[in-house]
Write a protein that binds this ligand. Structure first.
Ligand SMILES: [Zn+2]
Length: 345
């Protein structure tokens, strides 16, 4: 019953990556240096990064980056997931070349590369021409990337687009017949962030269709979504919310979801003993976006550790039962997820 929830080892060019694993999104920012704290130097479990090929390519960082690429620049032992730029392509109305983006991914030393997709958002309406064209382009680009890969040690994940499970399953069948992808990555779920049933349906369908291959979910990785996604069979995920949450002054509560900082009673102490909150007083954490961001990453680290323990003990459902007990919306989502896995809905 819980066979979809596994600890997997992904063999990357840099090292073996144990899942479930989170990839904090590195914000390129102006000049490519960004404002993401150097979290990998502080959190041993979090030596991973999601970075965008188009952002690197369009910044001075690309010219400056030597042969050692991202590993020399950030972390030698880090596992780098380099996204293609599909999101930028969509938002800035660009037409990117899939081979050009593939070369960027190879040149900067990506461990995992996602193929160039054309995201489909909920507002694009289901089943119109624009929607089916976007899916076709994503499929074509995925096969182009696989056929043109020069670095055999770089894993290529096919980016999946589509607003519904059927479209995703058809795409997977088509791609699997034509190429051996190292994994699959689900895009577009971010527009359904609060529609738990839709997210559960999609992850469930994709996991069943891809068998034992690694599965990544783009753009979702909050402290309550992670356990639910892992339960449905996702292995890796990425998000920039930990830092954005920081700028919005959202604080991930230990063992819970996020709350606004102003809702925490103003006392000397914070309700957390992570390396940030045990050293810095309330006022300091509240005023420093990076400190909240780091605290949030510690909470994600903690969540993943607890999940791994539950997976090893084969007690994921018992864990989630307790985890979501005080959150009616998440508890309802979990009940739906459980019924889905049992084939009841
Ligand atoms: Zn903390």
């Amino acid at each position: 019953m819980t066979s979809m929830t596994n600890i997997r080892i992904i063999d990357t060019a840099t090292r073996e990556l144990e899942t479930p694993a989170f990839f904090p999104v590195h914000n390129g920012g102006k000049g490519g240096e960004g404002n993401t704290p150097r979290y990998w130097e502080m959190i041993p479990d979090m030596n991973t990064m999601m970075i965008n090929a188009y952002s690197i390519y369009s910044s001075p960082l690309y010219e400056k980056m030597g042969e050692g690429g991202l590993h020399d620049k950030y972390s030698n032992n880090g596992v780098f997931f380099v996204d293609s730029g599909g999101f930028q392509q969509k938002n800035h109305d660009l037409t990117l070349d899939p081979i050009e983006m593939l070369r960027v991914q190879e040149n900067v030393g990506a461990d995992i590369a996602a193929t160039l997709d054309l995201p489909v958002f909920a507002k694009d309406c289901i089943y119109n021409q624009k929607y089916s064209d976007a899916v076709k382009i994503s499929v074509k680009n995925a096969l182009i990337a696989l056929d043109n890969r020069e670095r055999e040690d770089m894993l290529i994940y096919a980016s999946l687009q589509g607003n519904d499970p059927i479209m995703m399953m058809n795409t997977i069948d088509y791609l699997k017949k034509r190429g051996n992808f190292d994994g699959f990555a689900i895009g577009g779920c971010i527009s359904k962030r609060s529609d738990y049933h839709a997210i559960i349906d999609i992850i469930h369908a994709v996991r069943k269709r891809i068998g034992d291959l690694p599965l990544h979910v783009f753009g979702l990785g909050g402290p309550t979504m992670i356990p639910l996604m892992v339960y449905m069979g996702a292995d890796t995920f990425d998000s920039s919310a930990f830092l954005k949450a920081g700028s919005k002054r959202l604080y991930y509560m230990p063992g819970n979801g996020s709350i606004e900082f102003s809702d925490i009673p103003e006392t000397t102490y914070l309700p957390c003993t992570c390396p940030i909150c045990s050293i810095h007083p309330y006022e300091e954490v509240r005023s420093e976006r990076k400190l909240i961001g780091m605290h949030n990453l510690w909470m994600i680290t903690h969540e993943i550790r607890k999940l791994k323990m539950a997976i090893e003990e084969n007690e994921v459902e018992q864990y989630l039962e307790k985890r979501f007990m005080n959150s009616p919306a998440m508890y309802e989502a979990f009940r739906y997820a459980k019924a889905k896995k049992r084939g009841l809905v």
